[in-house]
Structure formats: structure tokens, C-alpha cells
Unconditional design. Structure first.
Length: 605
């Protein structure tokens, strides 16, 4: 790694850690404040008590953070806490077995999680509404099954476990720290953690990359449910009773800690270290209020205000990120792709023996609207074919048929002489047809390295069973793939949302694995790009064609067509108005053709 790269990366790491170090400073300041204001706050006994009080929040924090990172939320955790606590109470007092209580409650938690996740994904409405409704149902169930009375009569072994200490640390704290550590490991080191970030960054891009996004979110709700089951058992054993009032307002504690720790409410960002310090700050505040002898209503008020402050800070960070993204749409640093000198595009003479994509008589209607009436054209391997047309000409519908998103009503698609039956996008992928959609291509919160391996991530050698992502190999793969296309980025882990538009488009195109790509379709790749960025993207399209793919570019931009195209197809009202080689037209004629005006040009039949 070069010195400037190292410096840049270090700088960003420092920037990231400094925002967390602010919270650590706040935690120490709070400790000192309560120590000097009331006295006796920093004692071993009090610290252990703070940890015991924090145990439920610690257990719930990472699963809650992961849901937020994917752009979801679970507001049913207080209701789940109540009903699962009651379930645990019934099981332990009914059977006399703490083990049955534990296993039964965890299973109950998994079921609640499954219900939450299924309704969120199936109903496709806001997870806030779904989980708020379900949480109310769970709370009601806890009251209905107990008539509002606590359950007490547990065997002594149950409470004994909770009161046992190992090396001076109570068992509930050890359980909570273990649960947190496992969650942090899964989030930060594994492929599964990467998928959470990718889903939060761009759900569609993650899905198109092969991440099973719906299943992932469903499993995260189950993980959340099991964690709530675990904390319900821990609390019931610690308190020695199960009551439907347990956990009132608990979701506010968890969300406050997690958002305070820097997890973005809108998804895509957050780290376990931030979550940990968020939980610690909340724990110190709660204990401090008790020490100060403040009325519990003030505690409630303070917690609510803290949540508002955390949310406000989150929105400020999000707004800053948006502004930075806007500002960085300008050309990037000198060593990056968009700033590389635009190289003149050299067209090679088409190879008459190269394979062909042949589209013949394609037709597609949406109800009464015929989007593609009758389209036939050819795109030769090793060449760039530009597909032009005014708004509503049928370009998107045509590429959706070529990508397996829509099934044609009539017509055939042949590749190298073989007819293709594309029922779904996976069929097009298998046939070697890759489409780069303008807005759906990248998870902007991840770096180029992780975007390029998404869906086919390398695992650390011999550690696949642990799910460990091999970041170094991801970077190597990305570096090789991008450099084979003539792109050199200074930092492969810099979120692509921070790259310039041209760089982003280059990374999106590089997601297409050149080996095995027979047809590459680029949907408006130069829309909203500057002159030099456009030149680089076009150069990339030419490089792809030189590897032997048939490149099809959908565009409105006549200048780009004149610069890069070997072959041109103009669509108008769902029909081919013109098909021919680039030397048969000039820019003026293309503009006329796009407007549907054929004056003097040979028109395809
Ligand atoms: N899902 C749909 N349901 C109904 N009509 C549709 C649908 N998708 C497209 N159409 C109609 O089909 C026609 C062709 O649309 P299409 O999006 O394919 O054109 P386009 O050339 O890609 O346009 P643009 O450049 O504006 O994206 C339009 O009249 C459009 O309104």
C-alpha cells in the first residue's frame, strides 16, 4: 500500500474513531460528575451493579443495531420482553426446570421473531407500524395470561444461577457480554455482517448481486426474538419474578443506546464499538439518576430527550453525508479513475466471424399499452451497439426482456446461434448476459472492494465455517478486476457513495465479471456525468467490447454515440426506426431519428 493511501485510510479511521471517542469522553465525564457530585459512585460494587442493570440492553443491542443497519426496526421488543418473561415464569414454575424454562423461552422468542419478520416482509409495510402493532399484542398477552400478577414460585436453583459470580462477575453479566461479543463478531467480521450493510445501503443492488435479502432480514428478526428470549430469562432469574410490567419502555433504552452509538436510523451504517459505548453511556446515566435520587419521571424525561438528541445527531450526520456525496460528484483525486487522462477510443474492425446477439420480432404489452411492438436487431461480439430512443420508445422494456426481468409476448432472442428462453434474471446471467442498471448497481455505503465481491464473497482460507470474510482477498480481486479495465482507485474500502459519479459508474460496470460475459448491457451509463467522466465510462465500454463481449449501451446522448458506437439502433414507439453502422449516420440525423423523423435515412423493416 502506498504512503498516501495509508495516510488517507488512517485519516478516515481517525475521523470515524474520533466521533466514538467523543462518547467515551462523555462516559468518563459523567462518571466523574456523579462521583464528585454525590460521592461513592465509582466503586467496584456500583460498577458491577451498573453492568447487571445493563445486561438486558447489552443482549438486545447488537441484533437491534443489525436490524437498523438493514433499514428495519423492531419496536415489539418491550412487548416480547413482557410475554417471554411470563412464558419463562410459567415454564420454570410449572416444570421446576430452569433448562426447560431457558429452551422454551428461546424457542418462543424465535417464533415471535419469525412472526415479526414474516409480517414485515410479507405485508411490505413499514416495520415501525408492523412491530408496534405486534408489540402491543404481545404486551396484552402478557397481561391476559397473568391477570397482571407476577409469577414467583421458582426453584432456588433458578435464582442461584443468576446470583452466582465467576471471578467476581455475576453470571447475567457474563451471559450478556458473551451475547454482545458473538453479535459484534458476526456483524464486523463475517459475510453475513457484510450482507446486512449491503442490504441497508441498497436493497435492490444487494438482491441483484445474489444476496438473499428477504431471508436475511427474516433471520435477523428471529435473531432479535431469540435475544429478547435470552434477556427475558436472565432478568426473570435475576429479579426472581416474572411480571407483565417487566420491560416497559425497554425498546426506548435499546434504540437510544444504539442510535447514540452511531447506528444510522435509515440503515447502512454503524459499528459494534459505537453500540457498546452507547449502551455504557446510557447505563451510567441511569445509575447516576438513581444515585442523585431523582424521581423516576425525570429519568423518563431524560431518556426521551436523549433519544431525540441521538436521532437529531443521526439526521445531521445523514445530511452531512448527502452533502459530501453531492460535493464529491465532482472529479476525484488525481490518481483515481475519473481523473485519469481520457484516452482516445480506438475502434477495431468488427470480426465478421464473431458471435451475435440476434433479437427477432420481440413484442411486449402491458395491458392495453404496447411498449415494444416489433423489435429486431443484432449486436455483434467485440462491438458496441448503442440503443437510442426518445422517452417512452420502449428501451427499458426491451432491456428488461434481454435481462430476463420480463418475458416477451412474442419473438426470439438468439445468442451465438442458440435460442434463449429467459424466464428470470438468473437465466440471463447463466447465458452470460449482464445488465448494469443506472441506480441499482451499487451499495453506496460499501467500498469498491466489497461491492465487487458482493454475492460471491471470498472466505478466509479454512474458516468458511466461521463465515469469516477475507477482506484482503476482496481488495485483491477488486484491484485486479478494476485494473484489467484500466481503473486504479486509491482506496478500495472508501464508500463508493463518496466517489465521483464517473468513478461510481466505473465500479458498477466492473461488477460485471468480464470472464464469461457474452453480452453487457449498460443502462444510461453516462447520464448526469461530466465530459471527462463520460469519456472514461465510454473507454470502459470499449474495453469490455475488446474482451469479446457484445456491449449494448442505452442512451439519449448523441455525442456519446458518435464517440463509442460501432452500430446504432434507434427505437420509436416500440419499433426499430433505424439500424445501421455508425458510419451510415451523423449526429444531426440521429437527433432527427430520435424524434421519430426519418427524412432520407434508410429505415429498418
Ligand atoms: N410497467 C408498466 N406498465 C404499464 N405501462 C408501462 C410499464 N412500463 C412501461 N410502460 C409503458 O411502455 C412504454 C415504453 O416504456 P419504456 O419505459 O420501455 O420506454 P423507455 O424508452 O425506456 O422510456 P424512458 O427513456 O423514458 O425510460 C411507455 O408508454 C410506458 O408508459
Amino acid at each position: 500500500m502506498t504512503a498516501p493511501t495509508l495516510l488517507r485510510r488512517n485519516r478516515r479511521q481517525i475521523e470515524r474513531s474520533s466521533s466514538r471517542s467523543g462518547l467515551w469522553v462523555l462516559a468518563i465525564a459523567l462518571l466523574l460528575f456523579f462521583q464528585f457530585h454525590v460521592g461513592g459512585f465509582i466503586t467496584q460494587g456500583n460498577i458491577v451493579q451498573i453492568l447487571v442493570n445493563l445486561a438486558p440492553t447489552l443482549i438486545a443491542a447488537i441484533p437491534a443495531a443489525r436490524l437498523l443497519i438493514t433499514g428495519n426496526v423492531d419496536l415489539s421488543i418491550a412487548g416480547g420482553y413482557a410475554v417471554l418473561g411470563v412464558l419463562c415464569g410459567f415454564l420454570v414454575s410449572g416444570t421446576g426446570s430452569p433448562l426447560i424454562g431457558l429452551l422454551g423461552t428461546l424457542a418462543g422468542g424465535a417464533l415471535l421473531g419469525l412472526l415479526n419478520g414474516t409480517l414485515v416482509r410479507v405485508l411490505q409495510i413499514s416495520p415501525i407500524i408492523v412491530t408496534l402493532g405486534l408489540g402491543t399484542v404481545y404486551t396484552a398477552l402478557a397481561y391476559l395470561t397473568t391477570n397482571g400478577n407476577p409469577i414467583y414460585d421458582f426453584p432456588s436453583s433458578f435464582s442461584f444461577i443468576a446470583q452466582t459470580r465467576i471471578a467476581g462477575i455475576p453470571v447475567p453479566v457474563i451471559v450478556a457480554l458473551l451475547a454482545f461479543a458473538i453479535g459484534a463478531y458476526l456483524l464486523s467480521r463475517t459475510v453475513s455482517g457484510l450482507h446486512s450493510y449491503a442490504i441497508g445501503g441498497n436493497f435492490q443492488a444487494a438482491k441483484l448481486s445474489g444476496v438473499r435479502a428477504d431471508r436475511h432480514v427474516l433471520l435477523l428478526y428471529v435473531y432479535m426474538g431469540i435475544s429478547v428470549g435470552l434477556l427475558a430469562v436472565v432478568t426473570t432469574a435475576s429479579i426472581g419474578s416474572a411480571s407483565p410490567t417487566n420491560g416497559v419502555g425497554f425498546e426506548i433504552d435499546v434504540l437510544t443506546a444504539v442510535i447514540l452509538g452511531g447506528v444510522a436510523f435509515n440503515g447502512g451504517a454503524g459499528r459494534w464499538t459505537g453500540v457498546l459505548i452507547g449502551v455504557v453511556v446510557l447505563g451510567i446515566l441511569q445509575a447516576g439518576f438513581v444515585f442523585e435520587g431523582l424521581n423516576s419521571y425525570y429519568q423518563l424525561l431524560a431518556k426521551g430527550m436523549l433519544l431525540l438528541v441521538a436521532l437529531g445527531a443521526d439526521q445531521l450526520v445523514a445530511a452531512r453525508r448527502r452533502r459530501t456525496k453531492g460535493a464529491r460528484s465532482e472529479p476525484g483525486p488525481a490518481s483515481d479513475a475519473a481523473a485519469q487522462e481520457a484516452v482516445e477510443i480506438v475502434r477495431r474492425a468488427p470480426d465478421p466471424d464473431a458471435g451475435l446477439l440476434e433479437v427477432d420480432g420481440l413484442r411486449k404489452s402491458y395491458g392495453a399499452v404496447t411498449a415494444v411492438a416489433d423489435v429486431s436487431f443484432t449486436a455483434r461480439r467485440g462491438t458496441v451497439t448503442c440503443l437510442l430512443g426518445d422517452n417512452g420508445a420502449g428501451k427499458s422494456t426491451l432491456i428488461k426482456m434481454l435481462s430476463g426481468v420480463h418475458k416477451p409476448d412474442a419473438g426470439t432472442i438468439r445468442l451465438d446461434g442458440q435460442e434463449l428462453h429467459l424466464e428470470q434474471p438468473a437465466d440471463a446471467h447463466l447465458a452470460g448476459i449482464h445488465t448494469v442498471y443506472q441506480d441499482l448497481a451499487l451499495a453506496t455505503n460499501l467500498g469498491a472492494a466489497l461491492n465487487l465481491v458482493l454475492g460471491a464473497e471470498p472466505y478466509q482460507p479454512g474458516r468458511k465455517w466461521l463465515g469469516l470474510l477475507d477482506r484482503a482477498r476482496s481488495e485483491k480481486i477488486a484491484r485486479e478486476r478494476l485494473s484489467s479495465l484500466g481503473i486504479d482507485l486509491s482506496d478500495y474500502f472508501r464508500p463508493v457513495g463518496e466517489l465521483s459519479g464517473g468513478q461510481r459508474q466505473c465500479v458498477a460496470i466492473a461488477r460485471v465479471n468480464v470472464e464469461g460475459a457474452s453480452v453487457v448491457i449498460l443502462d444510461e451509463p453516462t447520464a448526469a456525468l461530466g465530459v471527462r467522466q463520460t469519456a472514461n465510462v465510454l473507454r470502459l465500454a470499449r474495453t469490455l467490447a475488446d474482451t469479446g463481449a457484445a456491449v449494448i449501451i442505452i442512451t439519449h446522448d448523441v455525442d456519446s454515440v458518435m464517440e463509442v458506437a460501432d452500430h446504432v439502433v434507434v427505437l420509436n414507439l416500440g419499433r426499430v426506426l433505424f439500424e445501421g453502422d455508425i458510419d451510415e449516420v451523423d449526429a444531426g440525423r440521429l437527433i432527427h431519428l430520435m424524434a421519430g423523423y426519418t427524412g432520407g435515412v434508410s429505415v429498418a423493416q
